[in-house]
Design a protein around this ligand. Structure first.
Ligand SMILES: O=C(O)CCC(=O)C(=O)O
Length: 283
């Protein structure tokens, strides 16, 4: 069993202040502070959601054609290469919602499409995001943007409300033969409230704390379930392992200069990423 003790990171929940609210209601902030998440928040019209899906479909096609071992979960950290991901990150309505949680100064340091194809047998075990990340303190909030409609049938994300206030929880690692997407499994979740599904329509987001226990079931349906996770952190968060480089300063300032501020990419192709990797290996 992994032991959280002796961890140099400060891992605990930092509540939203509820001051100077731009878009969340007081009740939504209270819900976030007490339950650890808030949903659904509408961002894109159905037509705009179709556009987001078309962009993702193209990326996925390119990856499939590259035939280099990448799969539907591999589009991770492409914000410096793919303009349409960069554009989603800086959407002003998403940023307003995030500002209501994190305050006026924050960055986006990561993105990851979690795409469960129809019939995908892999589940995401119960985990706390902050447990994985070389970041301190734990002040990252994830916006989970539905690219496809997500519900219990096609493996929507599910959360255990209220678990974000219990600190870094003990976990074990999944066994090699288990069909999982991430490997950490928080232990003893039965003692908490029952899980809730984060059902969303395409174009809506949820926000969850990096300390909230969450996961998702296999997708046993015939419908794809894709979501883009965007990781936003307060500017006073520090990365201990270079995770600060690929960031975008979304609101306010970072006087310390800790965080990078990548420009909008000029291409929208995942091939650029594959090509850059190849060049890096060859030089
Ligand atoms: O999309 C999922 O199924 C899981 C997402 C997740 O674990 C995360 O956002 O950290």
């Amino acid at each position: 069993m992994a032991e959280p003790q002796g961890d140099p990171r400060l891992l605990r929940f930092f509540p939203a202040s509820g001051e100077n609210l731009r878009r969340l209601t007081r009740e939504q902030v209270r819900h976030y502070n007490v339950r650890g998440y808030v949903k659904p928040l509408s961002i894109y019209t159905p037509e705009q959601a179709d556009f987001n899906r078309a962009r993702f479909d193209t990326l996925l096609d390119e990856i499939a054609r590259a035939n280099d071992g990448r799969d539907a979960y591999s589009i991770n950290g492409y914000q410096a290469q793919v303009a349409s991901i960069w554009d989603i990150i800086v959407h002003p309505v998403i940023l307003d919602f995030v500002q209501d949680i994190l305050g006026p100064d924050f960055v986006a340091w990561g993105t990851h499409y979690f795409c469960k194809m129809p019939g995908d047998p892999r589940h995401v075990p119960w985990h706390q995001d902050a447990s994985y990340w070389p970041l301190t303190p734990s002040r990252t909030v994830t916006a989970w943007l539905a690219i496809d409609d997500a519900d219990a049938d096609n493996g929507a994300m599910k959360v255990i409300p209220g678990t974000h206030v219990h600190g870094h929880l003990p976990f074990e690692n999944a066994k090699p033969d288990e069909k999982v997407v991430l490997h950490q499994k928080v232990l003893g979740v039965e003692r908490f409230d029952p899980p809730e599904y984060i059902d969303l329509k395409a174009g809506q987001i949820s926000l969850h704390s990096d300390m909230l226990v969450h996961g998702s079931d296999p997708n046993l349906s015939s419908r794809r379930r894709c979501g883009l996770t965007i990781r936003y952190a307060a500017c006073d968060v520090r990365s201990t392992a270079g995770w600060n480089k690929n960031a975008i300063i979304c609101r306010g300032t970072d006087p310390s200069g800790h965080w990078g501020n990548i420009p909008r990419p000029t291409t929208d192709s995942s091939m650029a990423m594959a090509w850059q990797k190849k060049v890096a290996v060859e030089t």
